[in-house]
Design a protein around this ligand. Structure first.
Ligand SMILES: [Zn+2]
Length: 504
């Protein structure tokens, strides 16, 4: 009796591990040859590569599956055809390694189970007829799911631990949320990031094919619409049509991400006023009269600084602040850039320089410039005489730099480029800054919400989904910023204020 209990419940040789499916001992070769297929393995068995507790074993199977399958395909279609499809599945401007990591699985899945021969059969069908020659039990079990792989645009909704995430597929919304295993994504993942890739669903977790291509929020709506237009998918049509379209045009769909992003960045840059504007005035009164005015107005603060290149020796510099009558300019600025009382900080308008008979104002952006020129008339009147102005456009220079950046821009913070500040102070300043920023945001009319304030949109059943989408973007940006600066900026209070429980 004792002896039987120690023996493998299948072949009768010496049992080496406890098998929860047999409720008894099993030898390693019977376990390896029968797990998943003839044995009904529970998900928590540490010897079952497709359960939740043996992910390292799964990685081992994956490591042998992909080369075997790629070799089978090359033998069946020829090297030339394989390479042709591989380059079709990668974007032509994807010269980097990442692109090939996504393109290889895309090509393999496409040739294995999407592309059909003249008899309507896929390579997987043929191989199955041959009894999966060359594949072991684990690899055959893996094939069962991998041959059903399809393109996906998945969104990370919650990072559970370093290897698992809760995700949803925007191309297959009916599936609902699922668990994804991926260690490199798990380490770096930021909630609400979206990726284009191929996806395989196993019974207890899902896997992306070679990571994924990030689709930034700034373009994701536009990108999705364009995909549907290209695939001729109408409203309410099943998502399958779109999945199959992407399967065939995967390389083009990757390229579309790059081109949409570059177009977005160009639009963004052209909408930002990147002009450095200067106006030159001749001082026709006594210089001391000008100095008296500058000293009596809270708008101006004298600065002690080195003489700038090109300025004559003896030039005196003043910061021109949004204070005193110059605060009026804020009436025409978006709420999030205003400061309601001075304890929150004072915005800048530009610089004023004074040198014997010359007064120069220097502003960044035409709006501030036009405002400042009117203020010069108001404050100095006939004491100065306009001479000329000079406007320099910097958008071309910025354009080149941001081509390579992942996402457009973020509002600059008071601590940009001041990394020597202790982290606790940075934390406190940034927290206060974003507390003010989002307090204003809640009451601000947002173009992306059709001009409603976030509070109004939260109460409007039609606008609410757009608000959820917008807040996902904001949360994503704040987490990126927090990681970059090594601080924590939490937007939960904004979500609570808006009652967006689905994002908490
Ligand atoms: Zn055995």
């Amino acid at each position: 009796m004792m002896e039987n209990k120690d023996r493998c419940g299948i072949c009768g040789r010496k049992g080496q591990r406890l098998c929860p499916a047999l409720i008894g001992m099993i030898c390693t070769s019977c376990c390896g040859a029968k797990r998943g297929s003839t044995l009904e393995c529970p998900p928590r068995c540490i010897y079952f590569p497709f359960g939740t507790e043996a992910y390292d074993l799964w990685l081992k199977v994956d490591g042998s599956w992909m080369p075997k399958v790629a070799r089978y395909i090359v033998d069946a279609v020829g090297r030339l055809q394989f390479d042709r499809v591989l380059s079709q599945m990668s974007s032509s401007n994807g010269k980097n390694k990442d692109q090939w990591e996504i393109a290889l699985p895309a090509a393999v899945y496409y040739m294995l189970s999407i592309d059909r021969d003249s008899e309507g059969k896929t390579l997987a069908d043929r191989w199955e007829e041959e009894g999966w020659k060359g594949l072991n039990n684990d690899e055959r079990y893996m094939m069962k799911f991998r041959r059903k792989s399809l393109p996906a645009i998945f969104e990370i909704q919650k990072v559970t631990d370093t290897q698992s995430m809760r995700c949803a597929d925007m191309l297959d919304p009916e599936r609902g949320p699922f668990t994804m295993f991926d260690r490199s994504l798990g380490r770096a993942a930021i909630p609400y990031s979206r990726f284009l890739t191929w996806l395989t669903h196993y019974p207890h977790f899902s896997r992306p094919g070679g990571g994924g291509l990030m689709i930034p929020h700034s373009i994701s709506h536009d990108y999705f619409d364009e995909l549907k237009r290209r695939a001729r998918v109408k409203r309410n049509e099943s998502s399958e049509k779109l999945q199959f379209y992407i399967a065939e045009h995967f390389g083009e769909c990757c390229e579309l991400v790059t081109s949409k992003l570059s177009a977005f960045n160009k639009r963004m840059i052209s909408s930002i006023d990147l002009n450095v504007c200067r106006a030159f005035y001749e001082v026709v009164s006594d210089l001391s009269e000008i100095e008296d005015i500058l000293n009596s107005k809270p708008d101006f603060e004298r600065e002690e600084r080195e003489i700038e290149e090109g300025d004559p020796e003896g030039t005196v510099y003043y910061s021109w602040l949004r204070r005193g009558e110059s605060k009026e300019i804020e009436a025409s600025m978006p709420a999030t850039f205003r400061y309601d009382d001075e304890s929150q900080g004072v915005g800048s308008l530009g610089t004023l320089k004074l040198y014997t008979n010359l007064l120069v104002i220097e502003m960044f952006g035409r709006m501030k410039f036009d405002f400042a020129k009117n203020m010069v008339k108001r404050y100095f009147g006939h004491r100065v005489k306009f001479s000329h102005e000079k406007i320099e456009d910097f958008s071309d220079q910025i354009g080149e730099q941001s081509e390579t950046r992942e996402e457009g821009r973020r509002p600059s913070t008071p601590l940009e480029e001041k990394d020597e500040v202790p982290i606790e102070i940075q934390q406190a300043v940034l927290e206060q800054y974003y507390r003010n920023h989002y307090t204003n945001f809640l009451e601000d009319n947002i173009p992306a919400l059709g001009g409603l304030t976030p509070r109004e949109a939260a109460r409007d059943p039609e606008k609410r989904p757009e608000l959820v989408e917008l807040m996902k973007h904001h949360i994503h940006q704040m987490i990126s910023l927090s990681r970059e600066k090594g601080v924590t900026i939490n937007l939960d209070w904004v979500l609570e204020e808006l009652g967006l429980d689905e994002l908490l």
